[in-house]
Design a protein. Sequence first.
Length: 201
Amino acid sequence: MQLPASPADPTASRTRPFHWVTTALALAAITAVAALVEPSGATARPGGQDAAGPVDGAAPEPGAPVAGPDPEGAAYPLDCGPLDVLVTDSAQTDLDGDGRRETLAVVRCDAGSGTPPNGMYLLTLPATDGAPATVAATLVDPAERMTVERLEAEGGTVSVRLLGYSSDEVPRCCPDLVRDVDWLWEDGRLALRPQPAPNSV
């Protein structure tokens, strides 16, 4: 799905080859940080099923996957100073097909104005009941100064749209870089797969 063009939509900006070089470098940095990860307790069975988890307090249906951790209760590796951490988006899916769903959480500092960069984290169920969710991996590091949009998770695939900036001169309101990326569950790990740049052949 292509987002409609708007003043804040980077697809409406003129695209130049060096924009995609910059994006590729940023994605390479993300890959170096945590492109490959195996959630705790994973069985590395590909093709997990994406289905709704049980309602809190209700007994799960026989064979239904266990619900993923609550993204609001996790301690993220994000320094917001006196500000709170805001969860802007989340999704659950059983990446490895072990019957327990993982949670993908998109967060940022709750600045109240502006567009603070996002971080995206993979959360797994804690080893001890009642403990906070475990942050198993950083998929998008806030240090990369990107905005995460259109988070989707189904089976062994996680998809997002990343918005970024080609230089410090670009206003923070109006990112001029856009790239769709997937993480695929392969051989017991999440592997980053950038999609072709918009308007590329």
